[in-house]
Structure formats: C-alpha cells, structure tokens
Design a protein. Structure first.
Length: 338
C-alpha cells in the first residue's frame, strides 16, 4: 500500500482538503525534466520561486512537493501531527483557525487545525502551500508534479477535491517560525517585465526588425483564456518577413512542426502565447522569443484580465547571471525570525 493510501485510511500524518478552490494541484520544482522527447513538458510549480521559498520556510528541500493554489478560496486541515506550514505567492488573506498568517512566513499548525486562503485580489494569481516533510505522493517519471492533461503525477493525476487526504513525509520537528525578509521578496505588480531572448524563429527570416521592436517595446495585455498550458496575450498584426509559411501552411506564422522550448513565446497567427509548464512540446508555429530560466516564475503570477507584460531582451550571459542571482536569493540567508 502506498503512503498516500495509508493516509487516506487515517494511518499516516497528512493533510485533508476541506475546500480546493478554483484549482489546487500537487506540484514541485523543477518538475518532470528530461521528458520533452517523450512528449511531456515538465509541469511543476508555475511560480517556482514562491514554491521553493515556501519549502525553505517549512524546513523542506526546495524540490519537495507542495500545493499550487490558483486564485485562492482554499482550505486544508492537518491530521495526526503538528506541522510547520508556509504560504508564499500572491497577496491574499491567510488564516490558521481564524488567526492571521502573513504570506511569506511560517508557523506551526497543531494537529486538527485548519488553514484557509481567501480569494486573492492581487497582484499575483497563485499561492503555494508548503508543509513540513513535503507532500508524499508517488513519483511518476521522476516527479511528483501533477500533469492534469495526461492524468499523471500528483494525487491521482488530477486537481485536488474536497475530502482528499495527502500523506506527509517526515519533517524532523521543523524550524521555529520564520519569514522572508521584506527587502528580498519578489515584487508583484499589474505591470510585469519578463526577461527573454529572441528566437529560435525571429528576424530576419520569419519576422521583421519592426516586428521584433514591437515585441520588445509593447505592453502586452494578458488574455482571460490563459492557464498552465499557455498564457495568451493580446493579438497583434505582425508584418512578417515572408508572405506565407510555404509547405508548412498558408499563414506566415506557420512552420513545419518542430520542438517548442519551455517559456517559448509562440506566435499563433496574430496571437502570442507564452508556453507554460503544461504546454505542448512541439507544433507548427514560430517562436519569436523564449523566456529565460530566471524569468519563468513570473508566468505563474500573471493575472488574466488587467495584467500587462513587457519583454526585456537579454543576452545569454545575462540570462546565466540572472539564474545565479535567483539561486543565491533562495537560501537561508534571505530569512529572519518571525
């Protein structure tokens, strides 16, 4: 019998889902890596920064599994043991048995107590719950991340539902209450700047220099039809450097099917779509730019309707440096006693 099954029967410390909200799934960082060739994007936390930060507060390894909560209206109960919990991500009211728990801060929850996350009014769109010991579900293809479109990973390959019981790993007692220092917390806003590199299909072969200038200077509105598969942006009539896609199709955004990078900005006709962690691994549209690793976490906090994005072009060297800075930020040095 699996750990999750034992938890369901009440024999294992864990958590019980009281209210799942719009969508709550078990996720982790970095997700199901190395599977692009088999047709799987990595899944995992859409905002990996907040997920990793919550794990550090809870005394877990940064790659421990936690819960990704979209928008809020979520509640859970800890069962059969006291547990350290932390919630990071979007602005929202969080309580433990009715007492406020600030986001980006940990505390110990007595067995039987209930954590609630109200609807987030923003900025930000997703919150991440880490519990001491991490969510103990069986890894699938090397990851506990949920991929709902493939019905695999996480808890039964699906979003969490009321009454679900999730097992917890051993937490060793957990640390005393801590919080993320205010001066190092990420800035959430309604106007976002996301670092990206052009290509693999950009000017001069597929788009014009004018198209790329527009791409990197326009404030792109986030479309309401956005999810973990892709963040859709406002449509744009591109000039394009060619009149058609040739043998790939009549529209100049068409190309012969090729692999897509995680975070690629796919130009689907007149609509740019940022490919999210559950996105397609291949397709027949150009990718004008690709978000660098250190900027991917921002996708998880883009709020449909109201948020806007500007892309900042960076070099490969700057992308590597930004990634190193992010890793340095995610450490015990960024915490203080609460």
């Amino acid at each position: 019998m699996t750990e999750a099954a034992r938890a369901t029967r009440g024999q294992q410390p864990g958590i019980e889902i009281v209210e799942p909200g719009l969508q709550a799934t078990v996720q982790e960082h970095p997700g199901r890596t190395g599977m692009l060739g088999q047709g799987f994007f990595p899944s995992g936390a859409m905002d990996s920064l907040a997920m990793r930060a919550a794990n550090i507060l809870a005394g877990n390894a940064q790659n421990a599994a936690g819960i990704e909560v979209t928008l809020g209206n979520f509640a859970m109960r800890v069962v059969h043991r006291d547990s350290v919990v932390a919630v990071c991500g979007a602005d929202a009211e969080v309580t433990v048995d009715g007492e406020p728990l600030p986001t980006w801060q940990s505390r110990r929850m007595p067995a039987g107590s209930e954590l609630r996350i109200a609807i987030s009014t923003g900025p930000g769109f997703r919150l991440y719950v880490a519990v001491g010991g991490g969510i103990d579900v069986p890894p699938v293809f090397g990851s506990r991340a949920t991929y709902t479109m493939g019905a695999l990973g996480g808890y039964e390959g699906r979003p969490l539902a009321k009454g679900d019981r999730l097992a917890l790993g051993p937490d060793g007692g957990g640390p005393s209450p801590r919080r993320w220092r205010p001066d190092v917390r990420p800035d959430y806003a309604r106007e976002w700047e996301i670092e990206a590199m052009r290509g693999p299909q950009a000017a001069p072969d597929f788009l014009t220099d004018g198209d790329m200038e527009t791409f990197f200077t326009r404030a792109w509105a986030v479309d309401r039809n956005s999810d973990r598969t892709g963040v859709r942006l406002a449509s744009q009539r591109f000039e394009f450097a060619r009149s058609s896609g040739g043998v790939a199709g009549g529209h100049p955004s068409n190309i012969l099917d090729n692999p897509y990078p995680v975070g690629g900005v796919n130009i689907n006709g007149d609509m740019p779509v940022i490919l999210g962690p559950d996105g397609p691994t291949a397709g027949g549209f150009i990718v004008a730019a690709t978000i660098v690793q250190a900027g991917l976490w921002k996708l998880g906090q883009l709020r449909p309707i109201g948020d806007r994005v500007r892309f900042r072009e960076v070099s490969a060297e700057e992308a590597v440096e930004l990634d190193a800075q992010l890793d340095a930020l995610l450490s015990e040095n960024s915490l203080e006693d609460a």
